[in-house]
Design a protein around this ligand. Structure first.
Ligand code: SAM
Length: 268
């Protein structure tokens, strides 16, 4: 009996059991008849059938072979296809285009999953996910928020994350130690900068946040000499005595652009 299935901590298994939350998730995902949905970690199928009843097809990837087998047998002959696979090894290139991604993410691998989705973002039109509340707040944080950091900038460079609602611990079995939230993450079709700046941009952002206590003039001095950095900050109207957390993603993008010019002219 799948009801007796022992939840595996290593797979982040906290199963959604609150029917009001399940209904709310299905409502907010803006499901359309023609949608093809990729569900990561369907578990016991809490939201899978509700999604499937409103869309063309659901592709569900589950790493727990016992659960995948159960779902496969249950959903044979329906519009739900179950893959007994690790999503981090799953080939996204074999997916059709314009996929809607919905997941109550296994929290322990949320970041590699988000990174993989970003790397294949051409495939996806929308990404709805449940994550730990604090993690979701980090995704959405802006300068001035306690949780603002390099991860916020990374996520917001590629799309627009928004917390749609919070979910209490009691909505799950077994009950997790932390609160959760449901996020809509619209991936941008067009990025603000060319690819060659992206790598430098994230190096700059990570360097600045790794040395939060330093002024940006001091933390970024590995990228250019202080005089050149001062010039850039003056040009961009940024106070060189500011710390990493007071600069917006837009300002980091501008700094990366200016440093790119310097590095190119110096052939770095
Ligand atoms: N969707 C179900 C629900 O809401 O009740 C389960 C959510 S539970 C938080 C996360 C699910 O992801 C589990 O079923 C777990 O087995 C699965 N999972 C964990 N790691 C995975 C991986 N690498 N690839 C695919 N599924 C994974």
């Amino acid at each position: 009996m799948i009801q007796n299935h022992r939840a595996k901590k290593s797979l982040g298994q906290n199963f959604l059991t609150n029917s009001a939350i399940i209904k709310k998730i299905i409502e907010v995902c803006d499901l359309k008849k023609d949608d093809v949905v990729l569900e990561i970690g369907p578990g016991k199928g809490a939201i899978t059938e509700g999604i499937a009843s409103r869309v063309k097809q659901v592709l569900a990837v589950e790493a727990d072979h016992t659960l995948a087998k159960y779902l496969h047998e249950k959903f044979t002959g329906t519009n739900i296809t179950v893959f007994s696979e690790d999503i981090l090894k799953f080939d996204f290139e074999k997916l059709p285009d314009n996929i809607k991604l919905i997941s109550n993410l296994p929290y322990n691998i949320a970041t590699p999953i988000i990174e993989k989705v970003i790397a294949h973002r051409r495939k996806f039109n929308q990404f709805f996910m449940m994550v730990q509340l604090e993690y979701g707040q980090r995704m959405c944080a802006v300068p001035g928020n306690k949780t603002y950091g390099s991860f916020s900038c990374f996520v917001q460079y590629y799309g627009l994350p928004e917390i749609l609602f919070k979910i209490g611990r009691g909505a799950f079995q077994p009950m997790p130690k932390v609160q959760s939230c449901f996020i809509k993450y619209d991936l941008f079709k067009k990025l603000p900068q060319e690819f060659h700046i992206e790598e430098r941009l994230f190096m700059i952002i990570r360097t600045a946040f790794q040395q939060r206590r330093k002024t940006i003039l001091n933390s970024l001095n590995g990228f250019a000499d202080k005089a050149s950095l001062e010039k850039i900050f003056v040009k961009l109207g940024i106070d060189s005595q500011d710390r990493a957390e007071s600069l917006s993603l837009g300002q980091y993008i501008k700094i990366a652009g200016e440093l790119d010019v310097i590095c190119h002219s110096a052939n770095l």
